[in-house]
Write a protein that binds this ligand. Structure first.
Ligand code: BMA
Length: 334
């Protein structure tokens, strides 16, 4: 594939236009499917004094601009979620006070820790999922309309679980969520599953989606940004973890899931799309981590901007085009 050639393919993103998507063209001579923002990291580690690190965060279009939920580990190294706003998706104002969820059943609402948020618009509001501490990590769920008040709902699953990622619409009348059952530590295993729910409270019909395999995705895998609906299936970016002699290495790749039965994998990447190679991805609090949690899309042009955590310290931005990712996926499928 020549990634710089204009594709005549009919692959389309099903979604809204986002003409102000943060964007840079692929640098001349760069043959990679995904390319990095030239001024990464787009968000540095300490946008407010008590922040030790700012990474693995979720952004969405909001009122013609952008908003998001951000993971900041503070200088006591507790993990919390913060709101942020931006005019352009590049310069962010992050609220120093952490999000205080309201409305949750007191039995589950006591705050322990929260990290790795995802945010999605479904029907009439934004939903936030995150890794929520409740006798160990599970999937927390809340909704907001204004990024000021966040109403907490029931935790979606039993402990231990991470990487809960909602689909952006109901499928055949049910909500769907990807997740990665795990353990209470730095889990040395993990496959992606999908569950469905009539009401976002009661989850069932759990189906296996993909297993860890080898190499960059040999130890565990987990869904990344909200899946992107395309004319050919759900485009799911996901992280894969390699166990090296010196610890875990987090890269990310892509898969295409069936639109009606999202546990059916149509294509799955053999090789990674991005591995930690830049200094800010390799050096930080946790070396060698590239961990995507959000993607903005501009449907008419097929442009995609991915936000990813770098070395559990800062936030990076990368770009790709849907028709090129899918062409690459078809050629590089397991
Ligand atoms: C996972 C989570 C992620 C983190 C990753 C690499 O278990 O804690 O937030 O990015 O490990 O350290």
């Amino acid at each position: 594939m020549n990634p710089t050639s204009k594709s005549s393919s009919k692959i389309q993103i099903i979604g809204d236009a986002l003409p102000n998507i943060p964007w840079q063209e692929r640098p001349a001579g760069d043959g990679s499917v995904v390319w990095r923002y030239a001024h990464n990291p787009v968000i540095k580690r300490n946008p407010f004094p008590a922040s030790n690190s700012l990474f693995n965060s979720a952004v969405v279009p909001f009122k013609g601009k952008f908003a998001g939920v951000f993971r900041s580990d503070d200088t006591t190294r507790r993990q919390a979620l913060h709101t942020g706003f931006s005019d352009d998706g590049i310069q962010w104002k992050i609220t120093p006070e952490r999000i205080h969820f309201v409305g949750g059943d007191p039995e589950i609402a006591a705050w322990d820790y929260g990290y790795d948020p995802r945010v999605v618009w479904i029907e009439d509001r934004f939903y936030v999922t995150w890794c929520n501490g409740y006798h160990g990590p599970t999937i927390g769920l809340a909704w907001t309309k204004d990024f000021v008040t966040y109403t907490q709902m029931e935790n979606s699953f039993l402990v231990y679980n991470r990487n809960g990622v909602l689909f952006p619409r109901k499928i055949n009348g049910k909500y769907y969520m990807l997740s990665r059952p795990s353990d209470n530590g730095h889990t040395p295993f993990g496959d992606i599953f999908v569950s469905s729910s009539p009401d976002l409270t009661y989850w069932g019909c759990h189906r296996h989606v993909m297993a860890r395999t080898y190499g960059w995705q040999g130890t565990k895998i987990g869904a990344g940004p909200i899946p992107i609906e395309t004319s050919e299936g759900w485009l799911m970016f996901y992280h894969g973890v390699l166990g090296s002699c010196n610890g875990f290495v987090y890269s990310w790749g892509a898969a295409l899931l069936d639109l009606e039965k999202p546990w059916k994998v149509i294509h799955r990447a053999k090789s990674y799309l991005m591995s930690p190679q830049e200094l800010y991805e390799c050096v930080g609090d946790v070396p060698n981590v590239a961990f995507p949690c959000a993607a903005l899309t501009d449907a008419p042009t097929g442009r995609i901007a991915v936000y990813y955590g770098c070395a559990d310290t800062v936030t990076g931005l990368a770009f790709c085009r849907v028709e090129e990712v899918l062409a690459w996926l078809k050629e590089n499928s397991i």
